[in-house]
Ligand binder design. Sequence first.
Ligand SMILES: NC(=O)c1ccc[n+]([C@@H]2O[C@H](COP(=O)([O-])OP(=O)(O)OC[C@H]3O[C@@H](n4cnc5c(N)ncnc54)[C@H](O)[C@@H]3O)[C@@H](O)[C@H]2O)c1
Length: 351
Amino acid sequence: MNLKLNVVPFVSVDNMMKLVLTIGVERFLLELAECIEADFRRWESFDKTPRVASHSREGVIELMPTSDGEVYGFKYVNGHPKNTREGRQTVTAFGVLADVATGYPVLLTEMTILTALRTAATSAVAAKHLAPKGARTMAIIGNGAQAEFQALAFKALLGVDTLRLYDIDRSASTKCVRNLAGLGFGITVCNSIEEAMEGVQIVTTVTADKQNATILTDNMVGSGLHINAVGGDCPGKTELHADILKRSDIFVEYPPQTRIEGEIQQLPADYPVKELWRVIAGLEPGRTGDRQITLFDSVGFAIEDFSALRYVKRQIEQTGLSDELDLLADPDEPRDLFGMLLRAAATPNAA
Ligand SMILES: NC(=O)c1ccc[n+]([C@@H]2O[C@H](COP(=O)([O-])OP(=O)(O)OC[C@H]3O[C@@H](n4cnc5c(N)ncnc54)[C@H](O)[C@@H]3O)[C@@H](O)[C@H]2O)c1
C-alpha cells in the first residue's frame, strides 16, 4: 500500500530521455509496438470517443481519453504548424494514467517524445500488415520532429534500411541525415517529392501545414505502394489528393475520429474503410495482393497513448526513472481538506 497518497510518479522530459536511451530507441519501439498490438487485439474492451478538439486559427489543442475499465488514461496534445518558426515544437504533449477503482492518478508524464515514439510504432505496426512483403525502401516527405522516429520504427519492425527524404526546407532533411548517421540506413536527400518516390515500396507523409496540402498526387502513386499518411490529422489538414484515396484500400484507427480528421474527410461519410484493429486481431486481411495500394490514414488514437503510458509506467517501476510529484491533497482525515489548509497556514514550512 502506497503510504504517500499525495505522491504521483512524474516522468520529466529528462527522465523520458534517460529511459528511452537506457532501453535503446529501437528496442523501445519494438516493445511499445507489442503493447499497441496487444491493446488493439482487445479493442472492444476500451471506452472510445473521438478526441475532444479545440481549434483556433493557428492550431488545435486536443484531449484524448480512454479506459479499459481498470485503468484510465488521457493525453493533452497540441498541433501548431507555425510554432517551429518561433523556436517551439509543432506538437507537444503530456499524459496521465489513473486507477479506475479510486480515480487516483498513478502516472503523470511528458508525452512529446512519447507521442513521436507511439506514432512511429503504430505506423510500423500498420505497415507490418499492409506494406509489400520484404519492403526495404521508404520515402519520408516532411523531415521534422517525427521523421527519425518513423524511420527507426520501420527499421526495427520491418527491416527498412533505405530512405529517400524530401522536405521543402532542406535543413530539415540535413538534420535527419545527421541524426540517422551510423544507424544502418542508406539515405538519399531528394530535390522533389517525385524524386523521393522513385523506387520506394513505402511512403510516409509527415508534413505540417494548417491547411489542405497536396503532398502526393495520383500520378506519383504506383501500384503495390503502401502509404503511411501521418500529417493529415485535423479538419482541413490533409496531405493526399482525393484520387489516391479512391484507388487505395484504406485502413484507419477509429472511424468516427478519422472521418473528422483523416484523409478520408475528403470522402463521403459512408465510404468503406477497414479498421486496423480488425487486421491485427486476424478478423480481416491486411495486404492481399502485389498490386494493391494500401493506405494507413493515421490520425493518432487514444488507445495508442494508453498503451504507451502503461508501457512507461512499467519501465519506470523497474528503472526508478521518475520523480515524486506532490500532486494530490491528502488530509489526515479525508474530509478535513480545509483543516489541512488551516494547519499549513499555522506552520508555513510544513506546507
Ligand atoms: N497521426 C499521428 O498520430 C500524428 C502524431 C504526431 C504528429 N502528427 C502530425 O505529423 C506532422 C509532422 O509533425 P512534426 O512534429 O514532425 O512537425 P514539424 O513541424 O517538426 O515537421 C514538419 C516538416 O514538414 C515540412 N513540410 C511542410 N510542408 C511541406 C511540404 N509541402 N512538402 C514537404 N515538407 C513539408 C516542414 O518543413 C517541416 O520540416 C504534423 O502535421 C503533426 O500534426 C501526426
